[in-house]
Design a protein around this ligand. Structure first.
Ligand code: CP
Length: 325
């Protein structure tokens, strides 16, 4: 069964990974997303674009930002939206995820938004759905979180312009991070100046990963002169053994972002965090809520990115159904 993210007309059909996505597609999504940003105080943008299409949010792993923003994005584009309560679904009775998908497909769901802790689930679904149906990866194990990579790149570009001129530092538990992997892919596709990965040696990724990135175990070395500093939480749910999780106080002492430690970054450096944050572990509140922080803008941009992605894939649904509009 085929799995192509881009259909034969050159339209985005699925968004499973940023791997292999051309720079022009990344730029197109970000350009579309920029049109969904409104000034503070203005009413949010709404459109009829997805009227008649149904979006199902299937989150088999916890989420606040991604789930809420896909739901709001789909509603602002006039889609019918189903948020499956997975704890009350028949998966709890042993139904397989693909049988859940086929069941919802029989109710004419057109676009599935899927988060799962297991690797390969979004692609497995994309290979088996009907030809008009689209699948969007909303977070897959420690592997991929494509809309997060896009919103992070968008946020960086809005503040700093051409990523080719920038030093971007990611700090924390990179080994277990799908956010870092998708940020690396998005930044590499668009040509980042320098990407630095900083954290305890045991939380840095394997050597064959993150091609081109510079590694450091010392925080000051990792963020010196950086234009962008992105903090990541310790993803405790993905540690194989609880005993491997660093002590939070010791971790903060060595890797926590504080105003003082950020003094070695560029004076106008921005601070990012994908959320959820653990204040006092990977970041102090004075930084998270301070003037360098763009963390809430990341959330706003995430909604715009998800509207843009839904807008783009809805074209595939329409064409594959033979609709003219
Ligand atoms: N950044 C992110 O994926 O947040 P949620 O887990 O809250 O969706």
């Amino acid at each position: 069964m085929s799995f192509e993210q881009i259909n034969s007309f050159g339209n985005l059909r699925h968004l499973i990974t940023l791997e292999g996505l051309h720079k022009s597609h990344v730029e197109l999504i970000i350009e579309r997303a920029r049109r969904y940003l409104t000034a503070v105080g203005e009413p949010p943008p709404r459109a009829d674009t997805l009227r008649g299409q149904t979006v199902a949010n299937l989150f088999f792993e916890a989420s606040t930002r991604t789930r809420a923003s896909f739901e709001i994005a789909a509603k602002r584009l006039s889609a019918d939206v189903l948020n499956l309560d997975v704890n009350m679904s028949s998966r709890a009775k042993g139904e397989s995820i693909i049988d859940t998908i086929f069941t919802l497909e029989a109710m004419q769901v057109d676009i599935f938004v899927v988060r799962d802790a297991g690797p390969g689930i979004p692609e497995m679904i994309a290979r088996q759905v009907a030809p008009h149906v689209c699948v969007l990866n909303a977070g897959e194990s420690d592997i991929s979180h494509p809309t997060q990579g896009l919103l992070d790149l968008m946020t960086i570009m809005l503040h700093k312009g051409d990523p080719g001129k920038l030093t971007v530092a990611i700090v924390g538990d990179i080994r277990h991070s799908r956010v870092a992997r998708s940020a690396h892919r998005a930044l590499s596709t668009c040509g980042v100046g320098e990407l630095r990965l900083t954290g305890p040696a045991e939380l840095l990724p394997d050597d064959h990963e993150f091609a081109g990135a510079v590694r450091a175990t010392d925080l000051a070395e990792g963020i010196a002169g950086a234009d962008v500093v992105m903090a990541l939480r310790l993803q405790k749910e993905r540690f194989v053994q609880l005993s491997e999780i660093p002590d939070p106080q010791e971790y903060f002492r060595r890797y926590g972002l504080t105003e003082d430690r950020l003094g070695v970054a560029k004076a106008d450096a921005i601070v990012m965090h994908p959320g959820p944050m653990n204040r006092g572990v990977e970041i102090e509140s004075a930084v998270a809520d301070g003037p360098r922080s763009v963390i809430r803008e990341q959330v706003t941009n995430g909604l715009a990115i998800r509207m843009a992605v839904l807008e783009l894939v809805h074209v595939h649904v329409r064409r594959a159904r033979g609709e003219r509009r």
